[in-house]
Write a protein of this length. Structure first.
Length: 183
């Protein structure tokens, strides 16, 4: 009985296709961050969109598109620390939260995730699919409310897409950032 309850709990919290957290669970996990002691170095949120995902589905089929989403979630999930939040927001959109990072660390990690996808095609059955992602990251000295943080990261994502896709757009939330030489 306990294993059945555990299985149902896990299924309710994860995205069934990719195995990462679902949106509701990510919001819940983020809420726990708001209630925890403030991170010493800051926090970053990244919105991710698979570039031209419709074309992948149209060219290779929906099963291959599912495999692309699974592999992207796997590559990103395994490149981050276990205490970070990784979720599938919807469709081909993902989000991750980096906790206790400097702005420079967040920038490096975000770019590493982009590179992990674009440099190695995703093998699906009989095809190697070249996939890329666009990322929008916002770093803040302290956590913001989830939807406010997500909105800022989403704006950065659109900047990356407008700049040509397969890009990372990085912003610092200066309203909360600790500035050098500030008294």
């Amino acid at each position: 009985m306990a294993s059945e309850a555990t299985r149902l709990y896990v299924e309710a919290r994860t995205d069934p296709l990719t195995g990462v957290l679902n949106r509701r669970s990510a919001v819940d996990a983020y809420q726990r961050i708001l209630n925890a002691p403030r991170p010493k170095r800051g926090i970053a949120m990244t919105c991710i969109d698979v570039d031209k995902f419709k074309a992948i589905n149209d060219t290779f089929g929906h099963l291959a598109g599912d495999q692309v989403l699974q592999e992207i979630a796997h590559r990103i999930g395994t490149s981050l620390r276990a205490d970070n939040i990784v979720c599938r927001m919807s469709g081909d959109e993902f989000l991750f939260v980096l906790m206790n990072v400097t702005s420079n660390e967040a920038k490096i990690i975000t770019e590493r995730c982009r590179s992990l996808i674009s440099r190695i095609p995703i093998s699906c059955d009989e095809a190697d699919i070249p996939a890329t992602i666009s990322l929008g990251t916002v770093w803040s000295a302290k956590p913001l409310h989830f939807e406010e943080f997500r909105s800022l990261a989403d704006q950065a994502l659109y900047d990356a897409k407008d700049a040509g896709r397969d890009r990372t757009s990085f912003k610092i939330n200066y309203a909360t950032a600790i500035r050098p030489n500030a008294a």
